[in-house]
Design a protein around this ligand. Structure first.
Ligand code: HAM
Length: 421
């Protein structure tokens, strides 16, 4: 019997895993500087939580959720995104009683039953951040600035920050009406889903993935023309903060996002290197969601970074940086040398130096071949003669330099400390 991973899911293993770890620690470092704390929420939630927040007429809820009854016949859903669980946790744990703004970040797998393709998976990972309790556009700008710093930390270039405002519950109805009027002349040409959306939520037609619907929405009214005074001021406020912070951006009035909970600011960070699935991070404000989950009125904003897309960009850029080679390889000849090698290796490892050993009575030649394949920087050769004299030979496999060192001095070997990590 041969098993393979399910369609649209994947294992993550060396050397790629080192990029994942690097990205995760960059996020932790940068987000902490902005006062975000890690929050770990469950992977399963009540289905309701997603239906109510993401919206019944969205692609995610209509088609993409992994929903199933548990043994007690409760409807459970594997989280398709992180915002709804974080809001549920914020309300359930009364975080609103803590000083505002409260800021959280999270990371982990999300699940959407989508058609797998480049940059689109059924299990994919996000790192996200959510900030609660401030409505000022200053916070929106800080969030975008934090994202910018995060990408800079990882030396990612060629990104576009696209921003928009999709208004609030006051001005959105006018816009929906305008959209509905626009599409009423074209209903017969809309896809079956969009025919329904036209009646229930015309905004959703704007993120339909069907080619003919994409064509039909050319010339549709733009949300920025329908903003109320407060929303317009908020958006202008954001734009001036972005200017102040030197965040180059593009206003994209067509960006409404595929989730219903957004109000006012929405944004996407896109890369021309990613092909069709070009958004590497996306987010926005959701000023009404905490209240809808039973909490006090609490404005909020957040985003999520698509890990697979980000990792692809880093991998494409520089394959070398993902190597994680051992610093030292201890080649041993004979059983006494084996024991000595093991105890040297343990000392080095306690100092944080990555060490590999020879196994299985392999000949010196085959041990050196293995050291080379592993990409080790230094090989130390220990045999009977070395044990007698207390002096061992080292060789730098990168530049072929060599020398000798006292067996007791290996842990202070300068070569380990001179190299770049
Ligand atoms: P989203 O736009 O659905 O927003 O997803 C955010 C990012 O996750 C996308 O830009 C993309 O990079 C990645 N992503 C989404 N679906 C897939 C997939 N099937 N395969 C691979 N990557 C994917 C949200 O999830 C919101 N919760 C973001 C947010 C947080 N808004 C406010 N706070």
């Amino acid at each position: 019997m041969k098993y393979s991973a399910l369609k649209g899911v994947h294992d993550i293993y060396p050397p790629d895993i080192y990029i994942w770890q690097k990205v995760e620690s960059a996020a932790e470092e940068v987000f902490s500087a902005y006062g975000f704390h890690e929050l770990r929420v469950p992977i399963i939630e009540s289905t309701d939580i997603f239906v109510r927040s993401i919206g019944e007429t969205t692609d995610i809820v209509e088609k993409e959720m992994y929903t199933f009854p548990d043994k007690a016949d409760r409807s459970i859903t594997l989280r398709p995104e992180g915002t709804a669980p974080v809001v549920r946790s914020y309300v359930e744990n009364h975080f609103y009683n803590l000083p505002s703004p409260q800021k959280f970040y999270y990371s982990g797998p999300m699940f959407r039953y989508e058609r797998p393709q480049k940059g689109r998976f059924r299990q994919f990972y996000q790192i996200g951040a959510e900030a609660f309790g401030a409505s000022e556009p200053k916070l929106d700008a800080e969030i975008l600035s934090m994202l910018k710093l995060f990408f800079e930390r990882l030396d990612i270039t060629g990104l576009t920050f696209e921003v928009n405002s999709i208004g609030c519950e006051k001005c959105r109805p006018d816009y929906k009406k305008a959209l509905s009027d626009f599409f009423s002349k074209k209903t017969s040409e809309l896809c079956p889903d969009c025919k329904r959306r036209h009646i229930n939520n015309p905004l959703r037609i704007l993120d339909c993935k069907v080619d003919s619907c994409i064509e039909l929405r050319k010339g549709a009214p733009q949300v920025t023309d329908y903003l109320c005074t407060e929303c317009r001021e908020h958006f202008n406020g954001l734009l001036s903060f972005l200017k102040l912070l030197n965040i180059t951006h593009k206003i994209n009035p067509n960006m409404v996002r595929g989730l219903d909970y957004y109000t006012r600011t929405t944004f996407e960070v896109t890369s021309e290197h990613l092909g069709a699935q070009k958004a590497v991070a996306a987010g926005g404000r959701y000023d009404r969601l905490v209240e809808e989950f039973g909490g006090p009125p609490t404005p909020a904003i957040g985003f999520a970074i698509g890990m697979e897309r980000l990792i692809t960009m880093i991998k494409d850029r520089n394959k070398k940086e993902i190597e994680q080679a051992p610093k030292a390889f201890l080649a041993t000849i004979g059983s006494r040398a084996d024991i000595e090698g093991l105890s040297i290796a343990e000392k080095l490892r306690a100092d944080g130096i990555q060490v590999e050993l020879g196994y299985g009575n392999a000949s010196l030649k085959s041990q050196l071949r293995r050291a080379d394949k592993l990409g080790a920087n230094y090989v130390f050769i220990i045999g009977d003669d070395e044990l007698k004299s207390g002096i061992i030979k080292w060789k730098n496999l990168k530049d072929s330099s060599q020398g000798e060192i006292g067996i007791k001095e290996v842990s202070g070997f300068q070569g380990f400390y001179n190299q770049q990590k």
